[in-house]
Design a protein around this ligand. Structure first.
Ligand SMILES: NC(=O)c1ccc[n+]([C@@H]2O[C@H](COP(=O)([O-])OP(=O)(O)OC[C@H]3O[C@@H](n4cnc5c(N)ncnc54)[C@H](O)[C@@H]3O)[C@@H](O)[C@H]2O)c1
Length: 254
């Protein structure tokens, strides 16, 4: 039986890991599954070109969108929810990673900029998403429940934040970046504690910060491999996982 089409919001989807996530989500997993609707927000002005084999009719691009602007993101979420009243997930992949400052102290300007995009951007997009999902939750109280009959919490939506192994193993000269990603991990845990009981699972994925040679399994994960972990946490497979950080550089941290 064909399953319902899902709707996701993705930041930073015009390049790198975000683009790999977009491609992964669009790649059909089963012939009966309709393609998801994906709203892709990015600061860049030109949307990416996707492989011709993928159906792109369900993608909505929002170029020149800055995740650090509360007013801008709020207006976009109003547009998104007017088109797609049911949103199943958010992936926060937009981020910046300036080159290391070796042997010096990073400037205040750099610290503010990195924290602004990586942490505050995740906060702004996440809170706009939560506002709409939780409002809808309240409006629909007594409505359909995915966990009905099993005594659990109604599954509403999932958030996946992209952190970094820098959060737990800071590379040299990247204090601001490592701090921002440690904070993304903290935000993930706090949101999970707050909102999982209301049906919103929140996890983060930490791509590698090692050099290839020192990665525990000898190489870093490719963007496609990171994307498949994100997809697992977002889509049905991880229906009971929340508040976790998954490290994907070929190793593990305990
Ligand atoms: N590539 C890695 O090795 C690696 C490792 C660990 C973590 N990460 C994290 O993964 C995420 C993606 O990184 P990537 O390597 O794919 O980088 P990337 O530069 O290829 O992609 C980042 C995207 O975010 C967008 N972006 C930047 N600032 C933005 C803003 N203010 N508002 C909206 N969009 C903005 C960019 O335009 C770009 O399309 C980041 O959060 C990064 O910190 C990457």
């Amino acid at each position: 039986m064909p399953s319902e089409s899902k709707t996701y919001v993705l930041t930073g989807g015009f390049s790198g890991i975000g683009l790999a996530i977009l491609t992964h989500l669009l790649t059909p997993k089963h012939p009966d599954t309709p393609p998801p609707t994906i709203h892709v927000l990015d600061l860049a002005s030109t949307p990416p070109t996707l492989p011709a084999t993928l159906s792109t009719s369900t993608i909505h691009f929002y170029p020149s969108t800055n995740v650090t602007s509360r007013a801008g993101i709020s207006a976009i979420f109003d547009r998104i929810f007017s088109q797609s009243p049911q949103i199943d997930g958010l992936i926060n992949s937009a981020g910046i990673c300036p080159p290391p400052t070796i042997g010096g102290i990073e400037s205040d300007e750099l610290f503010d900029r990195v924290l602004d995009v990586n942490l505050r951007g995740t906060w702004i997009v996440g809170t706009e998403f939560l506002k709409h999902v939780l409002n809808k939750d309240a409006a629909a109280a007594g409505g359909k429940t995915e966990a009905a009959g099993r005594g659990g919490v109604h599954a509403r939506a999932a958030i996946v934040n992209i952190a970094s192994t820098a959060a737990i193993s800071p590379p040299p000269g990247m204090v601001a970046y490592a701090t921002s990603k440690y904070a993304v991990l903290g935000l993930t845990k706090a949101w999970a504690k707050e909102y999982t009981p209301r049906g919103v699972r929140v996890n983060c994925v930490a791509p590698g910060g090692h050099t290839d040679a020192s990665a525990p399994m000898g190489r870093l994960a490719a963007p496609e491999e990171i994307a498949s972990v994100v997809g697992f946490l977002l889509e049905g497979g991880a229906g009971f996982v929340s508040g976790q950080m998954v490290v994907v550089d070929g190793g593990y941290y305990l």
